[in-house]
Ligand binder design. Structure first.
Ligand code: AR6
Length: 170
């Protein structure tokens, strides 16, 4: 089954989806951008869960393109799915790594039983992936990934990203 894709101009921390996806870094210990916003809004339980993951499964950090879930603390969502996008320059624009973030996040969502999932525009901020290219990869990958998730909601933080993502659906 293929999820319904929707687009919202707004703040991912305010979404009422079962899960929201965090554009994290491999340390899982927080940062700026959407990562900082999620930890601020969700409170310390998210960081505590991330620290536990580092101590158990991911001693060397979460590799680029992979995803892992924690509870969502005070957020409206039940879970935060943390994924590590590629840095555009470092990856040489290797789109398989960016696609993997969306695919792996949906796989984790299926494991959790999440039916609605909100994604930010992974890698398009601090990691500098051009938004047109990132939008194409994001929408195509979600369309091509078999999943029980019923709604994928792209939550875009500015007008340009919103226009770019919505223009992917004809
Ligand atoms: N809701 C939705 N989207 C947001 C929000 C928000 N509250 N805040 C920012 N964005 P970025 P990256 C958008 O930089 O490029 C962190 O330090 C933003 O406008 O958050 O994957 C991590 O710890 C942009 O379109 O993530 C990593 O070190 C998009 O979210 C690094 O940044 C992604 O921008 C990850 O960089």
């Amino acid at each position: 089954m293929s999820p319904t894709i929707t687009f919202v101009l707004g703040d991912i921390t305010q979404q009422d989806t079962d899960a929201i996806v965090n554009a994290a870094n491999s340390s899982l210990l927080g940062g700026g951008g959407v990562d900082g916003a999620i930890h601020r809004a969700g409170g310390p339980d998210i960081l505590a869960a991330c620290r536990a993951l580092r101590a158990s499964y991911y001693g060397k950090g979460l590799p680029t393109g992979q995803a892992v879930a924690t509870p969502a603390g005070r957020l409206r969502a039940r879970w935060v799915i943390h994924t590590v996008g590629p840095v555009f320059q470092v990856s040489g624009g290797d789109e398989s790594l960016l696609a993997s973030c969306y695919r792996e996040s949906l796989r984790v969502a299926d494991e959790l039983g999440a039916r609605t999932v909100a994604f930010p525009a992974i890698s398009t901020g601090i990691y500098r992936w051009p938004v047109e290219d990132a939008a194409r990869i994001a929408v195509a990958t979600v369309r091509q990934t078999p999943t029980d998730v019923e709604e994928v909601r792209f939550v875009l933080f500015d007008e340009k990203a919103y226009e770019t993502f919505t223009s992917q659906v004809g």
